[in-house]
Design a protein around this ligand. Structure first.
Ligand code: C5P
Length: 261
């Protein structure tokens, strides 16, 4: 599957993926710039971030994208979009045929749909994500994003569960962000309440435990720590400390890459 992702809130605007006035950022000049980078044989700089649900990897990825001028793809949104399409059609997210059909219909514009954030969609996303045909259907789109970021971006940053191990095994930096389940549940409850949503700690904890079990226990691309990933356990760390640690790792890898070229 080839992709030409337009700007959505899940993509980092700082990375020059366009604006409302220029919704197709890979049009014209950017395409030429990207072609030039390819012509010169430069592989884009890629950061892979993996971790369990509510580990803070998405926020970290967005901040790193902004700091380093990288295009950001929240790959969880692709699985959520697949799940939403299945649920909208009153289908069963565990049904491989329904889920694969939906995955092939995922349109990057769907990634901006606020319904993707609903708990029911998150839960259905972890079901469709266990289906190998769904993962295969979404793989090309993710790899294309990593290998063809817009020319105005310095590279790409993708966050998910299998980015370092499967989607971008050759990434320049791999981070694995984790925290205890209780800490992740408490953070999620705080975030939900800040957005005015009622949240009960026990329910959130149970939901995270179920999703963790599905994401780690499935046969197809389970949540994995890539052998060359930097693991950051954020249980006792402030978000800014995590950000600065990650920045140091990305800055060092960027320097090494620029030095090699
Ligand atoms: O990261 P997020 O919670 O939005 O992801 C939703 C679900 O999508 C996860 O629970 C996981 O099952 C699935 N996912 C995945 N591989 C990825 C990203 C997300 O299996 N790279």
């Amino acid at each position: 599957m080839s992709c030409d992702l337009p700007l959505t809130p899940t993509l980092s605007p700082q990375a020059g993926r366009g604006s409302e006035q220029n919704p197709s950022p890979r049009a014209s000049g950017e395409r030429e710039g990207a072609a030039q980078r390819e012509g010169e044989g430069q592989r884009p700089f890629v950061v892979a971030i993996d971790g369990p649900a509510a580990s803070g990897k998405g926020t970290l990825a967005r901040r790193l994208a902004e700091r380093f001028g990288l295009a950001h793809l929240d790959t969880g949104a692709l699985y959520r979009a697949t799940a939403l399409l299945v649920l909208d059609a009153a289908g069963d997210p565990a049904n491989p045929v329904a889920a694969e059909t939906a995955a092939r219909r995922v349109d990057p514009r769907l990634l901006a749909d606020p319904r993707l954030r609903a708990d029911a969609v998150a839960s259905a996303a972890s079901m469709v994500a266990a289906i190998p045909e769904v993962r295969r259907a979404l793989l090309g789109l993710q790899r294309d994003f990593a290998t063809h970021p817009p020319a105005s971006a310095r590279g790409a940053i993708l966050d998910g569960r299998d980015i370092g191990a499967v989607v971008c095994p050759g990434a320049d930096v791999k981070l694995f962000i984790t925290a205890s389940t209780e800490t992740r549940a408490a953070r999620r409850v705080k975030e939900l309440r800040e957005h005015g949503a009622p949240a009960i700690y026990e329910n959130v904890l149970q939901d995270l435990n179920e999703r963790d079990a599905r994401d780690s226990g499935r046969r197809a691309a389970p949540l994995t720590v890539a052998h060359d990933a930097h693991i950051i356990d954020t249980t006792t760390l402030d978000a800014d400390v995590v950000f600065e640690r990650a920045c140091a790792l990305v800055a060092r890898a960027l320097e090494e890459k620029e030095w090699q070229q």
